[in-house]
Design a protein around this ligand. Structure first.
Ligand SMILES: [Zn+2]
Length: 285
């Protein structure tokens, strides 16, 4: 009886037939056969397993089959690694989402992905920069998106957050007003816990920085959190309606100059994104 085959890819992607049962414990050897990939005659050799108690026949694979089997093994290991990564990510991400539930609330708007962003001509350059940022591995630098109210900054950072999560990297997403509220709330969020989360997350998103003028007390804490990210060399993505100069007036030079060290400022073109979206809907409808 001839072997049954399975189709496996070589490194260049071409599929070849590989006999799927390498072992046989029949008393006589399986029939030799001609490899469809290279025409080599595939024979089998007898292997004695467990001190001669069990005799098996093993295929003598050609080089192409060896290569395809190695690729299959690497793929299997890769998938196993991905499963481990995904499970580890899920655990850490759940803890972050529990501490900052805003993401879960905003996840009710799952259409806020980068692919769903309606980019006009002026925004193409910015979109390319954001994509490049996402493609870079282990970014130490974040960025700040500035520009007028309603130009889509929040949509953009949420889109980035979606993509980062899809890469099994953890995201701590919070609006800064919420964070400040959290820090000075009546029960007082455990600063240690927030600090730990700020250091641990792969990517931190601070949406709407400078929306309000914080007290000295909250400013100190905000700086402490930012500084923890800086020391950990991990990115913070910030959105703000104000320019760096306006932010400096509200938050002081200490926070703003630290932010400037942690990544570039990208201005989102001054269109009203909500108007653009409505126009797009009109055209599409
Ligand atoms: Zn071959």
């Amino acid at each position: 009886m001839g072997p049954t085959f399975r189709r496996l890819p070589k490194r260049d992607g071409t599929l070849i037939q590989v006999p799927s049962m390498p072992w046989s414990s029949a008393p006589t050897p399986p029939d030799n056969f001609t490899a469809p990939c290279c025409g080599q005659t595939i024979t089998s050799t007898q292997n004695s397993v467990i001190q001669g108690a069990l005799t098996v026949w093993q295929w003598q694979y050609c080089d192409c089959m060896r290569e395809a089997l190695a690729v299959a093994e690497e793929t299997r290991q890769q998938m196993e690694q991905n499963t481990i990564r995904r499970e580890r990510w899920q655990g850490q991400q759940r803890a972050l989402d529990a501490l900052f539930p805003q993401w879960c609330q905003s996840a009710k708007v799952p259409h806020q992905t980068l692919d769903h962003f309606v980019a006009n001509q002026e925004m193409r350059g910015l979109m390319a920069r954001l994509r490049a940022w996402l493609d870079a591995v282990n970014q130490k630098e974040g960025f700040m998106l500035t520009g007028r109210v309603g130009n889509g900054k929040t949509h953009l950072v949420r889109g980035i957050a979606h993509e980062v999560r899809a890469q099994y990297r953890t995201v701590l997403y919070t609006s800064v007003p919420y964070l400040l509220e959290h820090l000075r709330g009546p029960t007082g969020a455990d600063m240690e816990m927030v600090l730990k989360a700020m250091i641990q997350a792969d990517v931190v998103v601070w949406d709407d920085l400078g929306a309000e003028k914080p007290t000295e007390w909250t400013l100190d804490r905000l700086y402490l959190l930012l500084d923890a990210r800086y020391e950990a060399e991990k990115p913070v993505l910030v959105t703000s309606n104000g320019s760096p100069a306006q932010l400096e007036q509200r938050l002081g030079a200490r926070i703003v100059s630290r932010l400037m060290e942690m990544g570039p400022v990208w201005e989102v073109p001054g269109v009203d994104y909500r108007v653009l979206l409505a126009q797009k809907r009109l055209v599409a409808g």
